[in-house]
Design a protein around this ligand. Structure first.
Ligand code: SF4
Ligand code: SF4
Length: 428
């Protein structure tokens, strides 16, 4: 992958609406949740079992396995198959709340957590169900084991997608916890340094974190910025800019993962909830708020007073790289940063036209690919050609789709090519 100077598109930010409701609230538990399970977790409860909030409901399966915990108290309704928004069937555990909704009691802090060594930290991550709070949802202990030679831990506080404020609100509300979590992750990785990454326009957060680093007298930490142009601030672009291969390897964690690591280690709190931005022009009270994993998109939007008009599209994630979802059939998972209900005038999708070879997609691709060639090849089912033009290096940022004057379905075609290449790699 060729490195080049920061590139991208300057997008309308649209973050103000959810920042108006600044206080990070935790709505009362929903009536039911459905928690999707990966193959790395084995259910340890059965239908009819009563469970408490925070109780383990699935055990880690194999060395890459991770436990799963109930986000509400209630009765296990079913363990079975659930259709998720990506047309994939996955196994899930459904829990129905019993009685009146109650707030979850605070867990007991862990004594002497600052002295825990790396090996023990990885065990805590695994048993707390800690996974990356990004779409990959990789278990944190597995990610750390893949980066044993990392010299720097990058804590990513950037949110380059419009509307999204979940990381910013969490950092501004709990800066010390995020810093402590970053230090826990640095120790677990055996890295020497911590780099906090922010967009250069996010001045309040930058100043807040710099002042906390100063007061903690941390020489191992620094703040760095990236230009506020999309997709600068995504994990892959940070690595491209700041990691120099094996000799100065870096590993990136979202700030919300650092916060969850702090809770798991210092507070003995399993990972069963996250901050999600519920927004878009259709939502009555857009905001970032705590939601239990497994809550339906419908209930999440209801917790923000519902919609004032019917959305044309509901997205999981931002408008550039997010995926369209059905509200009743989609559930918050560790990687759900946002639920956006967008009206027609925002979604506006013009008629698809043939490629006019304008080259705009090539100019705006942050990893120097030729999106036009890759997608034209995918359209012709010439997946070998798409592979030869490095389709696998695509970070799925959506820049090419955004910029294309012919409204070509760039991301869909890239997904098609990458899916085909994955199948070939798996089956030969
Ligand atoms: S080809 Fe991939 S990385 Fe390049 S602009 Fe398109 S989506 Fe982004
Ligand atoms: S931006 Fe669209 S029309 Fe222009 S070269 Fe790329 S795919 Fe073709």
């Amino acid at each position: 992958m060729q490195i080049r100077k920061p590139t991208g598109v300057r997008l309308e930010r649209k973050k103000e609406a959810s920042l108006l409701n600044w206080n990070l609230k935790r709505p009362l538990p929903p009536e039911k949740i459905s928690i999707p399970l990966s193959l790395a977790s084995l259910p340890c409860v059965r239908a009819g079992d009563a469970v408490q909030a925070g109780q383990m409901i699935a055990k880690p399966e194999g060395p890459k396995g991770v436990s799963v915990h109930a986000g509400i108290a209630g009765v296990v309704e079913k363990t079975g198959i659930l259709e998720n928004g990506r047309n994939r069937e996955i196994s899930a555990i459904g829990i129905r709340r019993q009685g009146e909704p109650k707030t979850v009691p605070a867990p007991d802090p862990r004594k002497g957590w600052e002295g825990i060594d790396s090996e023990e930290l990885l065990k805590i991550f695994r048993n707390s169900g800690l996974v990356m709070t990004n779409p990959g949802e990789e278990p944190v202990h597995v990610k750390i084991q893949r980066h044993v030679s990392a010299r720097s831990v990058i804590i990513n506080g950037c949110e380059p997608e419009p509307y999204l404020t979940c990381e910013q609100v969490l950092i501004m509300s709990h800066p010390v916890e995020v810093l402590r979590g970053a230090e826990i992750l640095r120790k677990a990785c055996g890295a020497a340094r911590i780099v906090f990454a922010f967009e250069d326009t996010n001045l309040e957060t930058i100043e807040l974190i710099k002042s906390k680093i100063y007061f903690l007298k941390w020489e191992q930490a620094e703040v760095r910025t990236v230009p506020a142009i999309y997709p600068q601030g995504l994990e892959s672009t940070l690595l491209q800019a700041w990691s120099r291969g094996k000799e100065d390897e870096a590993v990136v964690f979202p700030a919300s993962t650092a916060f969850a690591a702090y809770e798991a280690v210092a507070l003995q709190k399993p990972f069963y909830e996250r901050v999600v931005t519920v927004g878009g022009e259709c939502v009555v009270e857009p905001r970032s708020l705590w939601l239990p994993l497994g809550v339906s998109f419908q209930d999440a939007i209801r917790a923000c007073k519902g919609v004032m008009r019917e959305p044309e599209k509901v997205l999981m994630g931002g408008p550039m790289a997010g995926a369209e979802k059905k509200t009743g059939e989609s559930f918050v998972t560790a990687g759900t940063s946002a639920i956006l209900a967008l009206p027609k005038e925002v979604v506006k999708k013009g008629k698809e036209e043939p490629c006019i070879r304008c080259g705009l997609c090539v100019d705006h691709c942050p990893v120097s690919l030729s999106p036009a060639t890759i997608t034209l090849a995918a359209e012709q089912k010439e997946f070998g050609i798409a592979g030869a033009w490095d389709a696998a290096d695509c970070i799925e940022c959506g820049n090419c789709a955004y910029i294309c004057p012919s409204n070509r379905p760039m991301l869909e075609l890239i997904h098609l090519a990458k899916g085909h290449m994955r199948q070939v790699a798996a089956h030969g």
